[in-house]
Design a protein around this ligand. Structure first.
Ligand SMILES: O=C(O)CCC(=O)C(=O)O
Length: 281
């Protein structure tokens, strides 16, 4: 028995590479987070594409605070231990009819971290087969598989890794209720399909990395959200101020420039210039 997860859930994660349907947020909290998301979309439409992308935990204090939710961190601690860095938070929103799909991939493909990080999918809406829920192939988290590099969905400037040999029939659909969380291993092969429903699918995905995790290339960074970092393998990022302030934007920009070889962007290819979504003005 862990702090949040049962022994069976911890065993299931070790075997399958994911654990799902963890009730973390109450209805009121989900409503509050959706209201904050929608208010930003309504008030700052031209900022949504870059600000809801990589490391939104450096831009929005409420995204950072959600990632520090004690129930969420208890579940993460049960899987990766007590010294935890939040190394990313990304909105993953599929509006009704959105064609965005995520091909089969492993988040650790371009840079491996050992021991591995985990990804928490925090559902702020129902996640269903029709609206393009997360799909994971159980038992694929043992090692990084051969992949090809291709343009990311809606992110032409970024190359993403797609696993070459996959058995999609083995995939499990992670259907979730709002407020539920699914956590999967950084090596787990996963993807998700387009939203063919009339409902919006809203999620924030967090990467949590053990402070003892070593990258096989370059250096990453994160916010220490629990425990201590006695290793020095990761740079430390600041907590954001309330509001989308210049200080937050600059801190994120500095971080992405300084730690370009991180779990998010992968190592530079020969001659490649690293780009990332940023405020265009
Ligand atoms: O939101 C999803 O359905 C999957 C997103 C994903 O796999 C990713 O961002 O790497």
């Amino acid at each position: 028995m862990g702090k949040f997860l049962s022994a069976a859930q911890i065993e299931g994660f070790a075997r399958d590479g994911f654990v799902t349907r963890l009730p973390v947020l109450g209805k009121d909290e989900v409503a509050r987070l959706n209201a904050l998301t929608e208010a930003f979309e309504a008030e700052r439409p031209r900022d949504v594409a870059w600000a809801f992308d990589i490391k939104a935990n450096l831009l929005f204090d409420w995204v950072y605070e959600l990632g520090r939710n004690p129930r969420l961190l208890d579940a993460v601690e049960d899987l990766i231990g007590p010294d935890i860095l939040m190394t990313n938070a990304t909105f993953r929103i599929k509006n009704p009819g959105s064609y965005v799909d995520y091909g089969w991939h492993q988040d650790s493909a371009r840079i491996e971290v050992t021991p591995a990080f985990v990804i928490a999918y925090v559902a702020l809406s129902p996640a269903t087969i029709e609206n393009g829920c997360l799909r994971v192939i159980p038992g694929t988290h043992g090692h990084v598989r051969p992949f090809s590099l291709t343009e990311g969905p809606g992110q032409r400037e970024r190359l993403v890794a797609r696993v070459i040999d996959v058995d999609p029939d083995a995939a499990v659909n992670l259907e979730l209720a709002p407020g539920d969380v699914a956590i999967f291993h950084g090596n787990a092969v996963h993807g998700s399909a387009a939203n063919v429903s009339d409902d919006r699918r809203v999620a924030i995905l967090y990467d949590f990395t053990p402070a003892a995790g070593r990258q096989n290339v370059g250096m990453g960074s994160g916010q220490l959200v629990r425990g201590r970092d006695l290793h020095g393998f990761w740079g430390h990022e600041p907590a954001p101020e309330p509001g989308l302030t210049d200080a937050n934007v600059l801190a994120r920009r500095r971080t992405l420039r300084t730690y370009h070889e991180n779990v998010l962007l992968g190592p530079r290819l020969p001659g490649e210039t690293v780009t990332f979504p940023d405020r265009p003005y």
